[in-house]
Ligand binder design. Structure first.
Ligand code: HAS
Length: 545
């Protein structure tokens, strides 16, 4: 990899790890405030801290890590020209200017609107403008990725594209199609409203546009983890890719079904016809299928590799796995966390059960298992080889050992914190609330113990964050010079050829758009037609209504 390329990829990772530190600190503060252990000084508001935590970790850390990692995958598999690199830098700077604008607005206390930022909460216009820039910067990155694949295909007519490049393209396609929703909300609703050009805002439209984006957002986080599970972990365990076609098919299904499902976040919301909620719940259950395919293929890879190495008994293959290699251990803990995390998601998506858990801290428990364990531990697992590979250093034995300790700390902290959140949620504990005794009600006293447990888990996790930031700095600047492998698994020698139709991009995009139109057109028209007077979707300039 050239110096210029690694500088680009590492810049994204630097922003990601600075975010990890800041966002993690805010997380610690939150659990301490919620448990009544501390009160925030200098008039800092709980929701300000919660917004920094959610925006910095949920939106900034993830997006930068993903785009940096994906660029490296594209560079490795299909190459990156000088011109593409320059445009990629443009994307980076546009994103960075947007991120700084957003961060300053939140830190000044002018945008305590949480990471979901839908109306009626209102922020300073600079917050929305910053977000718009982050989105535009990420689109530039996506377009560079598409161009990279296109140029490669021109040079290799008739050949199938490398699997990882195919996967990156799917993820960026999904991201761009999904973020159009939030971009429309930001440009057409929020900016005019926060600038004072519109007096009111249509809350349901803003929430619907947000969740049209918000659900695929979680798959935008998950898919890079799946890239590592499908195509990198097999190489780390000394095996081969289980099935190129199955992996591609799973990604195509995720593209289809990630977007037309936003209503499962709005099941309790009035103003949306229950029939359409039902239809989107059915589509949500469809999006579970590619994850089950992924689970199946990972188990199969582990077993096939173990048996090939001569571990023949029923579960003997389990022992061959490189448990002491942190590049394997961290992502595998992530996979294991996805078993309860995914099951929790299925509970959330089930209309009746959603009524029990919605807006309780159970939901917070769910996403700390999914994004903050499954995804993040996989990203950490990637960091252990990607960073030294890019900086021309090595993953030393002692850093490997520290990494194992880090993974264990994370597992313990998260089990305590997320477990307590799930239970407190079932007992009715609300999410997104600061410390309160709720007038000494009996039910609220039941929650206190669980909130203390969350503070204990949160403190352990913060130690894990400090350790991870230390490891990142070591791998970036201090471990001995050398060459670290970029592990990409090969296909089995006797693999069936991947069918050509899997690369029919036009067809996949057309089906995706058709599904979105099917799931959203009628309910959206309904929402607009049934909006109460005075809240047209886009009521600006003032006086137009
Ligand atoms: Fe979710 C709320 C439904 C997956 C993140 N989710 C959230 C929120 C976030 C989030 C951030 O239907 C909160 C949003 C907010 O602030 O309001 N979620 C689902 C469903 C899935 C799901 C059906 N969520 C995720 C993922 C996330 C994520 C992934 C982040 C990365 N979620 C919901 C719903 C809500 C929700 C409702 C709204 C709740 C409400 O009322 O507000 C599915 O995608 C899950 C499918 C997954 C599986 C698991 C497969 C298992 C695998 C691992 C295999 C492991 C192996 C280990 C093989 C079925 C792939 C082998 C190891 C060895 C050692 C042998």
């Amino acid at each position: 990899i050239s110096k210029q390329e690694s500088r680009l990829y590492m810049s994204f990772l630097h922003v990601a790890f600075i975010s990890l530190f800041i966002g993690g600190l805010m997380g610690l503060l939150q659990t301490l405030v919620r448990s009544g252990t501390i009160t925030l000084p200098w008039g800092i508001d709980y929701y300000q801290v919660l917004t920094v935590h959610g925006v910095i970790l949920g939106l900034v850390l993830t997006t930068y890590f993903i785009i940096g990692f994906q660029f490296s995958l594209m560079g490795k598999t299909v190459g990156m020209s000088d011109k593409q690199r320059k445009v990629a830098w443009l994307g980076f700077w546009v994103m960075l200017v947007g991120t700084v604008m957003t961060a300053i607005t939140i830190l000044l206390g002018k945008a305590s609107v949480l990471y979901t930022f839908y109306a009626p909460l209102k922020a300073h216009p600079a917050f929305y403008m910053g977000l718009a820039l982050v989105i535009i910067g990420s689109w530039i990155a996506g377009v560079v990725n598409f161009r990279q694949l296109y140029v490669w295909k021109k040079k290799h007519p008739g050949e199938k594209s490398p699997l990882l490049a195919f996967m990156v393209t799917i993820n960026m396609l999904m991201w761009i199609i999904a973020s159009i929703g939030v971009a429309v909300a930001v440009l057409v609703q929020f900016i005019p409203w926060s600038l004072g050009y519109a007096e009111t805002i249509n809350v349901l439209v803003s929430r619907t546009l947000f969740w049209y984006f918000g659900h695929p957002l979680v798959y935008f986080w998950l898919l890079p983890a799946y890239m590592a599970w499908y195509a990198i972990i097999p190489k780390i365990i000394g095996g081969k890719l289980f099935s190129d076609s199955l992996a591609r098919m799973a990604f195509i299904l995720l593209l289809f079904f990630s977007i037309p499902v936003g209503f499962h976040h709005q099941l309790t919301e009035p103003g949306i016809d229950p029939t359409w909620k039902f239809i989107q719940v059915v589509l949500t259950f469809m999006v579970v299928i590619p994850s089950l395919m992924t689970a199946f293929s990972i188990f199969a890879t582990f077993e096939v590799t173990g048996r090939r190495k001569g571990f023949g008994s029923l579960f003997g293959w389990f022992r061959h796995l490189p448990w002491k290699d942190v590049r394997f251990l961290a992502p595998v803990i992530g996979m294991l966390a996805f078993i309860p995390g995914g099951a929790g998601g299925i509970i959330n998506a089930s209309h009746q059960m959603n009524a029990v858990v919605h807006n309780t801290i159970w939901v917070t428990g769910h996403f700390h298992l999914t994004v903050a364990t499954t995804v993040i531990l996989t990203f950490f697992g990637i960091t252990y080889w990607l960073v030294p590979h890019l900086t021309g250093r090595t993953l030393t034995k002692s850093i490997n050992r520290l990494g194992i300790i880090q993974s264990i700390i994370w597992t313990v902290g998260m089990t305590i914190m997320s477990g307590a959140m799930h239970i407190q949620g079932l007992l009715g504990g609300p999410r997104r609330s600061s410390y309160s005794e709720y007038g000494g009600t009996e039910q609220a006293t039941e929650w206190i113990g669980y909130q203390m447990a969350q503070a204990v888990g949160g403190s352990i996790l913060f130690i894990g964050i400090l350790l991870m930031v230390y490891i990142f700095v070591k791998l970036s600047f201090f471990t001995p010079k050398g060459e670290e492998e970029y592990p990409i698994a090969e296909e089995e020698d006797d693999a069936e050829p991947t069918p050509k139709f899997l690369e029919n991009w036009k067809l996949w995009i057309a089906i995706t758009i058709a599904l979105i139109l099917f799931a959203y057109t009628i309910p959206f028209v309904d929402i607009i037609q049934n909006s109460p007077p005075g809240s047209p979707p886009f009521d600006w300039p003032i006086g137009n209504n």
